[in-house]
Design a binder for this molecule. Structure first.
Ligand SMILES: Nc1ncnc2c1ncn2[C@@H]1O[C@H](COP(=O)(O)OP(=O)(O)OP(=O)(O)O)[C@@H](O)[C@H]1O
Length: 359
């Protein structure tokens, strides 16, 4: 499915602006972004329950919607799954699954039975929705959505109503089934973890626009700006000014290629990429090309998080606070002096933008 330049205005404001996407069969694209950024509106346009002001939507080269054509939702070969998946309470499980199918009664029943088998609910056809657990109901909703063999599945936070324990299993099962059916999936979520877990491609949205698209690895490890980095984890920010494509900081010199002299930059580093070393009578380890110059800080808070410890430092040189995560065998006491190093290969250097500075 191809989405080109979708724009939707409400009350004079672009709620979705120039959004383009390409979702291949068997692939999952996640629209990821904070609440209100326009994810659901984009999904509604693709579903056909709302119409864009500009742009077009195509499926296998056929126009579903543009300036002159606007196919209704039922003519789009698109399946829908939402958080509130609303099974029909007065219909049995099998009738719920068969609901959207057309054709002879026996063929519909056969397909519905196949689908129930796929979601591991083969014996549940004659049960009613209220007799099933939340996870089972979700699987019935999935069976119902895929029964008509949609080419595209649109999912809006479909797992957020499930408790954590159930969620991971159902996510994986759902993905396996959709991949096996070679369905193109467009999934909306505001949770980075869910997007990282499910997506082949993440489209990061902000204020109606897609600011970055890429595989989870790339979006996480090569964010386009500070806000994109901060969407996935806590970050630390160190400021500097560029001279001769370099920025000098208490952690040594950082490369800032192509950034003009005098530009203020932010060096962004995730807590897990700060290295820590012991104090040796007021001295830290020797500088290295990878880790740069160590700077000293004092532990102000140390929290055990199970797999890791989150340690906050008050830095000697400017009183700023930096956060580092370290393996949980290490839980330094407040007041301990330690040396911090920033791994050159894991930090991002961004020129300071007005919008970023306003945050
Ligand atoms: N029919 C409408 N009329 C006016 N404004 C609307 C309408 N639909 C959505 N909006 C506005 O568009 C913006 C984006 O909404 P949308 O539901 O697409 O965001 P979202 O990213 O899906 O957020 P959430 O995760 O909270 O659902 C919001 O500010 C919302 O108030």
């Amino acid at each position: 499915m191809v989405v080109e330049g979708l724009t939707r205005r409400f009350g004079g404001r672009n709620v979705v602006h120039d959004v383009s996407l390409n979702v291949a069969p068997g692939q999952v694209t996640c629209l990821l972004g904070p609440s209100g950024c326009g994810k659901s509106t984009t999904l509604r346009l693709v579903a056909g329950v709302d119409r864009q002001d500009r742009g077009r939507i195509l499926l296998d080269g056929t126009v579903l919607s543009d300036d002159s054509i606007h196919l209704p939702p039922e003519a789009r070969h698109i399946g829908l799954m939402f958080q509130d998946f609303a099974l029909f309470p007065h219909l049995s499980v099998i009738d719920n699954v068969a609901f959207g199918l057309s054709g002879a009664k026996a063929a519909k029943r056969k397909r519905a039975e196949e689908m129930l088998e796929k979601v591991h609910l083969a014996g549940f056809g004659s049960a009613y929705p209220h007799e099933l657990s939340g996870g089972e109901q979700q699987r019935v909703a999935l069976a119902r959505a895929i029964a008509p063999r949609p080419r595209v599945m649109l999912m809006d936070e479909p797992f957020s109503g499930l408790d954590n324990r159930l969620r991971d299993g159902i996510r994986d099962e759902t993905l396996d089934i959709l991949k096996a059916e070679n369905t193109a999936v467009l999934l909306v979520t505001h949770e980075p973890d869910e997007a990282m877990r499910m997506a082949d491609e993440i489209a990061l949205m902000r204020e109606g626009e897609i600011v970055q698209r890429g595989a989870p690895y790339n979006v996480y490890n090569a964010p386009v700006d500070r806000r994109a980095a901060a969407f996935f984890s806590d970050i630390n920010v160190i400021r500097g000014t560029v001279r001769g494509a370099l920025t000098d900081t208490p952690f040594g010199v950082f490369l800032a290629p192509g950034v003009p002299d005098g530009t203020e930059v932010e060096i962004v580093i995730r807590p897990q990429h700060i290295r820590i070393d012991f104090d040796r009578d007021g001295r830290g380890p020797n500088p290295t090309p990878e880790d740069g110059v160590p700077a000293r800080g004092t532990v102000i808070r140390s929290r055990y998080m199970g797999r890791e410890s989150l340690v906050e430092f008050l830095m000697d040189h400017d009183g700023s606070v930096l956060k580092a995560t370290v393996p949980s065998v290490f839980l330094p006491k407040p007041g301990t002096a330690l040396w911090l190093m920033i791994r050159r290969g894991r930090c991002f250097v961004f020129p300071v933008m007005k919008t970023a500075a306003a945050e």
